[in-house]
Design a binder for this molecule. Structure first.
Ligand code: AMP
Length: 520
């Protein structure tokens, strides 16, 4: 089935699914088949959990176990906070940027896997399709600080579609689908939800529309179950176990487990001890589904919207592909079946598909770098509109002037001409935002592009062209030119909340022990 080769004797093709709750690493074997690597504990899935234990930083299963007794020292669901300046909790009096905590997770994966396959640095890391530019940049920085060279970041649903294509034998020239296959990828993980309409056309994987919610995932279902159990406990003992963070951490672990039970059984019992009272609270699947119906409805709404953004009806969708551990909940499958009239497809392994797709993409990039032909191509769309902040001449209010609307095929460029406000102006400042809202306050500021050292003696209202380029992976480049002038303009794109290069290098040395000079 496989036609992608392990690309070199020395450089392995590695893909990493850096998940909100679990992370997975995959490598192409010699036949070009993606396989999941096990971590030092022998597990395929590594909990994306970090424990700050004195001077030690412990990642994975042991950190996950510590949630029950040392919740204050544990960082959970850090991926949800990417793009924020710091993680919401402090550890031993220190607050860390979320990407630094993510770097510790990646570093464990790097260390664990290199004991099996030897040292490696080139990787592809996946991100939710709905991640904005700031979060994408933070993910790339996390990879750098972990000692990696991140060759590319790849959208999770695209990765899942690639894994699916591989599974179906589409990577071989003679195995390609005869007519385009349209797939709706419904990806409900631990902390994020993504839905993407993909089209497989010969060797091309084309995203048609994408949407999602970076604050919705299995974790929210867990919390609802915690509430159900806590309410049962309160009815019996008039005490709320959620008040004590340590008990709440333990309860959450128990409930996450019970949630899995409810995927296969009609009821689950959760033990809870608090203030000398103890109870075994039983929750039925029906109660659980009722308590979480609104969460599921949010995914349903987004799914319907995405299909309409792709200008397609269900009859034009060939498969509904389930990705992410939370799609194991029967309510998800049932809802999608009712909505689409099709049996949802779980042919790709829900937990591993994304990492497998990432490894296939890594193999492709390595092959390309060695001058070998590509076995598939990716076409992506932007998940958020890109705009610049301007002033409405009538209302004098600031507003978001959209330059590149969402769901535009990438790569794409857009040019905007700004004009100097006075003669001999030295600089201009451009604020770049992502989002759909006309008010910039409701959008995400990606950064500011300050154009300094404009050519001297420019008249008032002299044009300055700013070119925005969205790359295929959703990252942005900004270039500035002054028309009719050969004077080069220096551009500085200062990113909101991004760590400066010297901090990244410092963290890289601290976390991975690799200095920038050893950067390969
Ligand atoms: P992922 O990020 O794709 O690894 O998904 C992790 C999420 O899937 C976590 O919230 C898990 O609790 C959830 N999950 C895994 N297995 C099951 C299951 N059998 N039933 C319900 N949820 C599950």
């Amino acid at each position: 089935m496989a036609t992608i080769r392990d690309n070199s004797e020395t450089i392995p093709a590695i893909g990493i699914d850096l998940g909100t709750t679990f992370s997975v690493v995959s490598k192409l074997d010699r036949a070009g088949k993606p396989v999941t690597l096990v971590n030092a504990e022998g597990d395929l899935l590594t909990p994306s959990v970090v424990l700050f234990d004195g001077d030690d930083v412990i990642v994975g299963r042991e950190a996950w176990k510590a949630v029950a007794g040392e919740a204050d020292s544990v960082a959970l669901c850090t991926k949800r906070e990417m793009g924020h300046p710091v993680y919401h909790k402090n550890f031993q009096g220190k607050q860390y940027p979320p990407e630094v905590i993510e770097a510790w997770i990646l570093n464990k994966l790097r260390r664990d896997m290199s004991t099996q396959i030897g040292p490696f640095s080139k990787v592809v890391v996946t991100v939710p399709a709905y991640f904005d530019e700031v979060r994408r940049k933070a993910t790339q920085d996390a990879g750098y600080m972990a000692g990696f060279e991140v060759m590319d970041i790849l959208n999770e649903p695209t990765a899942a579609a690639i894994a699916f294509g591989y599974h179906e034998g589409y990577m071989n020239a003679d195995g390609r689908p005869e007519r385009p296959q349209r797939i709706l990828v419904y990806d409900l993980g631990g902390g994020t939800f993504d839905v993407t309409v993909m089209e497989i056309r010969g060797d091309r994987y084309i995203a048609r529309a994408t949407d999602g919610d970076v604050q919705l995932g299995g974790y929210d279902w867990d919390q609802r179950l915690v509430d159900l159990v806590a309410e049962g406990f309160i009815r019996e003992h008039y005490a709320d176990p959620r008040e004590d963070p340590l008990i709440a951490g333990k309860l959450w672990r128990e409930c996450e487990d019970a949630k899995r039970t409810l995927s296969v059984r009609g009821k689950a019992a959760v033990a809870c001890d608090y203030r000398g009272f103890s109870s075994l609270v039983t929750v039925t699947r029906e109660q659980f589904e009722e308590a979480t119906q609104d969460l599921l409805d949010r995914t349903r709404f987004t799914t319907v919207q995405t299909l309409s953004a792709a200008r397609l009806g269900w009859e034009q969708i060939d498969r509904v592909l389930l990705v992410g551990g939370s799609t194991r909940m029967p309510m998800v499958r049932r809802m999608l079946q009712e909505l689409s009239g099709k049996e949802p497809d779980s042919t790709v392994a829900a937990d591993e598909a994304v990492a497998h797709g990432a490894a296939l993409h890594a193999g492709l990039l390595l092959a390309k770098s060695q001058g070998r032909p590509a076995t598939f191509k990716i076409k992506n769309v932007n998940s958020h509109s890109l705009g610049v902040v301007g002033t409405d001449p009538q209302t004098k209010r600031k507003r978001n002037g959209i330059l590149i609307p969402r769901n535009t095929p990438l790569p794409v460029s857009a040019k905007r001409t700004f004009r100097t406000q006075k003669a001999n102006q030295q600089s201009i400042l451009v604020q770049v935002v992502e989002g759909e809202n006309p008010s910039p306050d409701d959008c995400t500021t990606i950064g500011r592009c300050s154009v300094r050292r404009l050519p001297p003696d420019l008249p008032r209202r002299a044009p300055i062209d700013v070119l925005f380029q969205y790359q295929t992976n959703g990252r942005l480049k900004v270039r500035v030119t002054v028309p009719d002038s050969d004077v080069k303009v220096e551009t500085e794109f200062t990113r909101e909340n991004a760590l400066p290069k010297e901090h990244l290098d410092g963290w890289r040395r601290h976390i991975s022990g690799e200095g920038p000079t050893e950067y390969r």
